[in-house]
Design a protein around this ligand. Structure first.
Ligand SMILES: [Ca+2]
Ligand SMILES: [Ca+2]
Length: 110
């Protein structure tokens, strides 16, 4: 095979591989897996499996859910447990202070 033929064959091969890759982008290869999710709070890490060159959804894990305020569990897996409770006392104390101040102002005739 001459140098010219080898060069032409190489160019054709590169063009074919580039075309094939552009037609169907491959993210992974059969049999590959990768971890997904986290182990923070109520969450459990799962695994993604390669199907036809694409990663599956996260399988076998526990995904975050809405935070339930009084169950002692970090439901939304952000590292804070029952964080919605921290806001309620602030609202209650602020409301009580406003109530007392308004009462004093009314009593003083303002
Ligand atoms: Ca949380
Ligand atoms: Ca919770």
């Amino acid at each position: 095979m001459s140098k010219g033929n080898i060069m032409a064959l190489s160019v054709a091969l590169i063009a074919f591989v580039s075309f094939a890759a552009s037609v169907h982008a491959i993210d992974c290869f059969k049999g590959q897996t990768r971890p997904c999710g986290s182990n923070i709070g109520a969450c459990q890490a799962g695994v993604r499996v390669c199907h036809d060159g694409n990663w599956s959804d996260c399988i076998g894990g526990t995904l975050p859910s809405d935070e339930i305020c009084d169950n002692g569990i970090d439901d939304d897996c952000d590292g804070a447990t029952d964080e919605c409770l921290t806001f309620a006392p602030v609202l209650i104390i602020t409301g009580l202070l406003l109530f007392v101040i308004m009462g004093l102002l009314i009593k003083l005739g303002f």
